[in-house]
Design a binder for this molecule. Sequence first.
Ligand code: PXG
Length: 295
Amino acid sequence: MSPNLLIWLDGKLVPESEAKISVFDHGLLYGDGVFEGIRIYNGRVFRLTEHLHRLYDCARAICLTIPLSFEEMERATVETVAANKLRDGYIRLVVTRGVGSLGLNPYQCPKASVFVIASTITLYPQERYENGLHLITCGTRRPNSAALSPQVKSLNYLSNIMAKIECIQAGCEEGIMLNDQGYVAECTGDNVFIVKNGRVITPPISAGALDGITRRAVIELLGEMSVPCAEQNMTRFDIYTADECFLTGTAAEVIAAVQYDRRPIGDGKPGKLTQELIKRFKTLANSTGTPVPYA
Ligand code: PXG
């Protein structure tokens, strides 16, 4: 992380040493809030409008009023990137319930807090982008949508973190999270796809997958390539017997998975279609997006 970043906090750009949140913020006390992770490629913010729509929808789903209009949020985001002179990087947008009294009641919090961090992120070592990731099946399941919709990108990521701990303890980088019916939902911070007999399959959103922005971009790319892609319930069997497997996410981008529960996927190397998608995604990411108004 580069030092001395400028952070956008509740309407002002402040040095990171001054970017502080109250211990009475319900985002911290209860995980009450929502967030987005967005990439900057080649001086442009990738799919900013889509990310902001998801942020506002998630806020709405938890009855959280974002104290900025969509356009103000858009401006705050690109201004933060410009202020930090980042041409490639990663933006973390956070809306917390704000400061309130102790006790769950969110109506005791008069105003939501908003902050924007523009920095860099490296999720996996370069070697993994070339050779692929190893996955396990996590024992921790994706939360049931009757408890909290898995569509809400909330500040409550503990089940994903518990699943990530399982992966790391097993010597893997990522893992498959199943839903309460035992179908594949997604990974701890990425969506999952398999390739079988020239067809691509990914779990439907209704299986508990996040409606990933990178997932959408890859589905569009497959359409352009005339490769059939179905959103279909998947089991572990489907991954064990797949020809190829890859993951998508803002931080991860598009990356091959070559081993699952210690078994090789396909021939244990990144597949042809996966490699073509990685190439096409790079081209797309580096040639589209909201331009940043650098000084
Ligand atoms: N599933 C989950 C549970 C996620 O949190 C994705 C899928 C991929 O969605 P996008 O829209 O990014 O294609 C995510 C997003 C991190 C990190 O720090 C994780 C995400 C995004 C940014 C950073 O590990 N996950």
